[in-house]
Design a protein around this ligand. Structure first.
Ligand SMILES: [Zn+2]
Length: 289
């Protein structure tokens, strides 16, 4: 499956990067930045060189600086909007590729899992003659972004509430919607409370969790039971389970979400960001290995 390919110059990408406002879809900027910043130091030499080669020069070899690019171009490329998430049947708490991976018009493969598969296939042509048919810079930016999105539990949410987008809640004293709580509010509150409102401290804290032996099952995350990473069906199944067990749990319209919710959900957000980073690195190492 291929998505429409639009050739754009790195200059234009830079222009969009500089003038766009923060549009929330998927983890917010800090969530995506965290996933990419956790991934980049884990790259093999071959993968690090390929990433450096594919990134535009103005990114200065910082994948994190363009990890939200896919959100910023979404409105200029409406075809890419359905690629950020998957809608699953209400209350079933399961995901199946053939049943769920389609857009609102029913066109199959157009969901975040299909997109991860598609851009992985494109990047596998790196260094080969067939690479010229693709824009591999964009493929890298899309893949890096979607590997973050698929780990946000509500990006594999219920169809009728659009992954929590139509569930109005209060985040402490402010109005929000449940989807935004998971994209941004939990991360922002964690940064304010534990990290001097500094995303680099949040990244360091999650990095420490990854490094501490026995804390996270990092080796297991890096592989797939069959084949090489990525294994997005696994990540999507984990997300809908986390959506049911943590994101939706106990939440109704106009719920007031405060410390009891925050304190029990923030470890899940850290875990999903850590898994996103570790698996993005494992995927790029597998592709460019
Ligand atoms: Zn997104």
């Amino acid at each position: 499956m291929e998505f429409p390919k639009i050739q754009i110059s790195p200059l234009l990408v830079g222009f969009w990067f500089l003038c766009s406002v923060a549009l929330v879809h998927g983890w917010g900027n800090d969530g995506h930045l965290t996933v990419c910043r956790l991934a980049q130091p884990r790259l093999s030499e071959a993968a690090a060189n390929a990433v450096k080669d594919l990134l535009p020069a103005y990114a200065e070899d910082d994948l994190g600086s363009l990890c939200s690019w896919a959100d910023r171009v979404k409105f200029r490329r409406p075809w890419s909007s359905p690629l950020h998430y998957i809608d699953t049947p209400d209350d079933l708490c399961t995901y199946q590729y053939t049943r769920d991976c389609k857009d609102a018009d029913g066109i199959k493969d157009r969901c975040v899992v299909g997109a991860i598969n598609n851009y992985t296939t494109q990047l596998l042509t790196y260094g080969q003659e067939s690479a010229s048919q693709y824009n591999l810079t964009e493929a890298l930016l899309f893949l890096s972004h979607f590997m973050g999105d698929i780990h946000q539990p509500l990006h594999v949410g219920f169809t009728s509430d659009r992954g929590g987008n139509t569930i109005d809640v209060h985040w402490y004293t402010r109005k929000s919607v449940l989807h935004h709580v998971w994209d941004n509010n939990i991360i922002d509150t964690a940064e304010e409370r534990y990290d001097d409102s500094d995303v680099t401290e949040l990244i360091d804290a999650i990095q420490t969790n990854i490094t501490l032996k026995g804390n996270y099952r990092v080796k297991t995350w890096e592989g797939c039971t069959t084949g090489n990473p990525p294994c997005p069906d696994v990540y999507a199944t984990e997300s809908i389970k986390a959506a049911c067990n943590f994101a939706y749990k106990g939440v109704t319209e106009e719920s007031v979400l405060e410390d009891p919710y925050f304190l029990t959900r923030v470890p899940i957000v850290y875990l999903r960001l850590a898994q996103g980073g570790v698996r993005l690195a494992a995927t790029l190492n597998s592709i460019f290995g």
